[in-house]
Ligand binder design. Structure first.
Ligand SMILES: [Zn+2]
Ligand SMILES: [Zn+2]
Length: 150
């Protein structure tokens, strides 16, 4: 989907949620749409500051929290020590470079279903657990780090 279409979607969702679609929020959301690196809130702050020099890190945090709570953006992974964000709301998997910690979206067809089979998911979880989503993460070297290792 094109950025402009997704901005349209964002404005509609804000209206539906009774959330004022402020200039700040639109700049923030657009920066996330244009990001391909799953930025941390701090990295996002650096980018929006170029457009809104007066914005504070606290405001960025607050808006990110609001976006997350309303399902407007997603949190990539819960256990990397820092929050990493994305606006891509299509189901997809990630590749994480074990060297530089870069995160990439994998093409939807990058993992054949068989690749998930070493640990069978079909067995029920122990009683008491409730699954909300499965996250598959491929780990290895990104092209830049693979080159350096040669
Ligand atoms: Zn790397
Ligand atoms: Zn992603």
């Amino acid at each position: 989907m094109e950025v402009e279409q997704r901005m349209e979607w964002f404005r509609d969702r804000c209206t539906a949620a009774g959330l004022p679609c402020t200039h700040q929020r639109q700049v923030l959301y657009r920066a996330l749409l244009e990001a391909t690196d799953h930025p941390s809130p701090e990295a996002l702050y650096d980018r929006v500051r170029r457009e809104i020099p007066s914005i504070s890190l606290g405001t960025v945090y607050r808006n990110i929290r609001t976006f997350l709570d309303r399902g407007l953006i997603g949190e990539v992974s819960l256990h990397h020590g820092s929050l990493r964000l994305e606006a891509n709301n299509q189901p997809h998997h990630h590749f994480v470079c074990t060297e530089c910690r870069s995160m990439f979206d994998l093409p939807v067809d990058a993992l054949p279903v068989d690749a998930l089979d070493p640990i069978p998911f079909r067995r029920p979880l122990p009683p008491g657990f409730r699954v909300n989503r499965f996250i598959v993460e491929a780990q290895g070297l990104c092209p830049a780090c693979a080159l350096k290792k040669n």
